[in-house]
Ligand binder design. Sequence first.
Ligand SMILES: Cc1ncc(COP(=O)(O)O)c(C=O)c1O
Length: 447
Amino acid sequence: MATSSLLDYGGNVTKGLGRITEGIMTSGKGSYVEYDDGRKMLDFTCGIGVTNMGHCHPKISKAAADQCMNIVHAQCSIAFHEPYLRLVKKLLPLMPDPSLDSFFFWNSGSEAVEASLKMARTATGRQNIITMQGAYHGRTFGAMAVTRSKTVYSAGVAPLMPGVFTIPYPFWHQLGGKPDMTEDAQVAQCLYQLELLLAQQTAPADTAAIIIEPVLGEGGYVPAPAAFLQGLRAICDKHGILLIIDEVQSGFSRTGKFFAIEYSGVRPDILIMAKGLANGFPLSGVVSRKELTDKLATGSMGGTYAGNAVSCAAACAVVDAMQEENVLANVNARSEELFSVLKALKAAHPAHILDVRGQGLMVAVEFATPAGPGATLDAVAAPEGQGLGKTLASRVAKKCIEKGMIILTTSVYEVVRFIPPLNITAEDLAKGAQIFRDAVEEVVKEG
Ligand SMILES: Cc1ncc(COP(=O)(O)O)c(C=O)c1O
């Protein structure tokens, strides 16, 4: 079917949505997507960390298709449905702490964030929420209020939900440091800022929760040091504050563990998941301990499509496929290969590449570019006239797209993020790494 004439209707789609590629995406299989003009592209975005098991994974798509012929909409306030309870059964043993035993499912990550905030306020009887500089939790009003990655998400739509306070994330940029700033120094500074915040701005008795991504996503792909997460846990325990761990992007094997929080051994009070949970079918989840969720009034949670049967059936198949295919082993092997290429590239271009970081297959390369935010204060911003071109990250990403690989930038800094499928082959990973290397070489030459 010729789809190109449909492009005319693109003008009838809101300008509020942005897009990084031209044309119409018509199909996807494994690590590749195809466009109606015949382009076949290697997908290093996974639709922003969603199709972790590759596009149209046969087992996952079949589970969804079978469920479509059984029941599609068994509304969660009308009855339980079988895939919902089967998913709970499959997820229980995978939780990063055995205390996490009470689930509810939604559609999007933002909705799950909203539900977690509502639950934290209900369970503690306190109002205030502490979030992280650089955090991204979504675009709905509560989620937007705890988002600190870019102003574009909330500019011009205030007032947002009140009662939100911010501390820096242990990310050298936010502390006026350089990429070699020690983890200990970053952790100490950030925990100190939290202590100050609790002494000067939001009394512990008014503070319901701290919400954090264990790997900062939209803020720049920065894994939080274990000591920071452990420090947050200790402060939460001391003051009866709930710790909300947002694993919407970092969860489901993305970082080389089933959940990224496992690297720290920290127990979340509330854990949020979405994206990779159902490999493209809209599904998110909130899990906490029964003692907390029992404080919710019956009927205070819910939604028309929440925990859809087709999405839950797909999610069950995701868990099975991840285990059967031993995906964690692949993530860790491919991660090592990717890091070795990127580190060599950094060594070859020390003036242009500031940092290579990440966990598992949630990996970033940060470029040096003049005139980033706070450039006059930023210890790593390169002064104009030193031969470094502007907007290196978006230029590299654009070149990758021209060369047949979709890849995203992230944050207000010059960061390209790698989110390849978790079951990608060594061959496709090497191909993507080569495309990136070529794109960097060309952009460096162009200046
Ligand atoms: C860490 C994190 N939390 C929440 C969200 C919001 O999820 P959604 O876009 O499904 O509403 C995202 C989306 O990118 C995310 O990365």
